[in-house]
Ligand binder design. Structure first.
Ligand code: CU
Length: 197
């Protein structure tokens, strides 16, 4: 190899290095999360819940080893996700509900698992296939009502890792009571008027 050729190769390697760094940083921070109904990390990203810390900037990054049961994937920088009293807005859902993941890096997938109060209610086996940019599953919540905590897990096929989401649910919540008070007030007003005559 001539000196000139050696220099050219070195220059090419130097030019490539930053590009490789950018690619690896991108894939490290880009994965997926449940965007509907609003998971805890989605509520942070939308600023519906305040003071969440770092998770607000990267709701897709709750990645930890497979088999965890915590909301934060074991990551201390996302510890607020584990706090059941952080002000999470319970999501009103029916007994069969669609859960949609926003996938920012389409990792080949083994399974998607849904747990309610620690009990597995649904598992979908993708057999290693690559998901689309958005993935929706119908989850049967029959027999459950009121407030429950869901843990949803996305298990990656070609790494030991998984992605974790907690979703606070209010299952089959009664519709908000319709405001009858103004009509009642109006009626009592008119009955008062009629009392004058
Ligand atoms: Cu990823």
């Amino acid at each position: 190899m001539t000196i000139g050729r050696k220099l050219a190769v070195t220059a090419a390697a130097a030019a490539l290095t930053p590009a490789l760094l950018v690619v690896s940083a991108g894939s490290a921070s880009a994965h997926g999360y449940i965007s509907s109904p609003l998971s805890r990390q989605a509520q942070c990203a939308q600023h519906l819940v305040k003071d969440c810390g770092d998770i607000q900037y990267e709701p897709q990054s709750v990645e930890g080893p497979k088999g965890l049961t915590s909301c934060n994937g074991g990551l201390s920088q996302f510890a607020t996700l584990n706090d059941d009293n952080w002000g999470w807005q319970p999501q009103k859902v029916g007994s069969s509900t669609s859960f949609t993941w926003t996938i920012t890096a389409r990792h080949a997938t083994t399974t998607w698992q849904y747990f309610v109060d620690g009990r597995k209610v649904t598992e979908i086996n993708d057999g290693g296939k690559q998901p689309g940019a958005s993935v929706t599953h119908s989850v049967n919540l029959a027999g459950l009502s009121g407030r429950h905590k869901m843990l949803a897990v996305w298990n990656i096929a070609d790494t030991p890792m998984a992605f974790y989401n907690c979703v606070d649910l209010d299952i089959n919540a009664a519709p908000a009571a319709t405001a009858k008070a103004p009509a009642a007030a109006k009626k009592s007003f008119w009955s008062k008027v009629s009392d004058l005559f």
